[in-house]
Design a protein around this ligand. Structure first.
Ligand code: DX5
Ligand code: ZN
Length: 227
């Protein structure tokens, strides 16, 4: 299976969100990344379940909701009901990760775990067998358009090595500063899913998405991890 691309709608034009979502879908987006911020876990406020619900009828492409919130357990039901297909929660949030994962699965949604740039890979290890996704942040969460942090690349490699060695099904996702120039770096390090906001939206959406995919797949082939 090839690399998956998850456009982050945080960088879309909200006055034309539906159109921009459909452009990304027609360009072959594998999932849509939805950045949820509560103004507490991160210093920004973005979108909630009402927005997810309003764009849900537009497409069957999976909705990947990234919860940058202090109490993710309080939002599971609302995002599940709104139509999220997976919910990724930060290990740094204030919750019992195992209990939140169970709650997410009980709502018929796939759970994933997120690591901030400063959080070591070891913090994820105890939960990975239960996680459908591991999201490694390559920027400090809060805003789109930040510069890619190359210092996180060794953690992506460590995660890839661990997932393969333990034969886990967990997909490895990377988020933050992914554009056509940085996509090959994370693909080569072993990422399965690349999130990109300002690398894809708001203009030339199809062109940007395809360029990122081509660059990433070329690097993944070089690594030999993906056919
Ligand atoms: C950052 C968000 C990212 C962001 C990515 O807090 O989690 O998903 O929207 O945007 P770019 O690709 O512009 O860094
Ligand atoms: Zn995100």
């Amino acid at each position: 299976m090839g690399i998956k691309i998850a456009p982050s709608i945080l960088s879309a034009r909200f006055d034309r969100l539906g159109e921009q979502v459909m452009e990304a879908v027609h360009a072959g987006a594998d999932m849509l990344h939805i950045d949820v911020m509560d103004g507490h876990f991160v210093p920004n406020v973005t979108m909630g379940p009402a927005l997810v619900k309003s764009i849900r009828p537009l497409t069957k492409v999976p909705f990947d909701a990234h919860l940058m919130v202090t109490h993710p357990q309080q939002f599971v039901k609302a995002f599940a009901d709104a139509g999220a297909d997976d919910l990724t929660v930060h290990v740094e949030s204030d919750h019992d990760v195992r209990a939140t994962f169970k709650l997410i699965r009980d709502h018929g949604v796939a759970p994933g775990l997120v690591l901030n740039p400063a959080t070591p890979f070891e913090r994820a290890e105890p939960f990975l067998a239960d996680a459908d996704l591991l999201l490694v942040m390559t920027v400090q969460p809060g805003f789109s358009g930040q510069a890619f942090r190359a210092d996180v690349v060794p953690k992506i490699r460590d995660a890839r090595t661990y997932i393969d060695r333990e034969r886990l099904e967990t997909e490895l996702q990377v988020d933050g500063g992914i554009k056509v120039d940085t996509a090959p770096i994370v693909a080569e390090a072993g990422a399965d899913i690349l999130v990109s906001g300002s690398g894809i939206f708001p203009d030339r959406i199809a062109e940007n998405l395809k360029a990122i995919r081509v660059a990433a797949e070329k690097a993944a082939r070089k690594r030999g991890g993906h056919p």
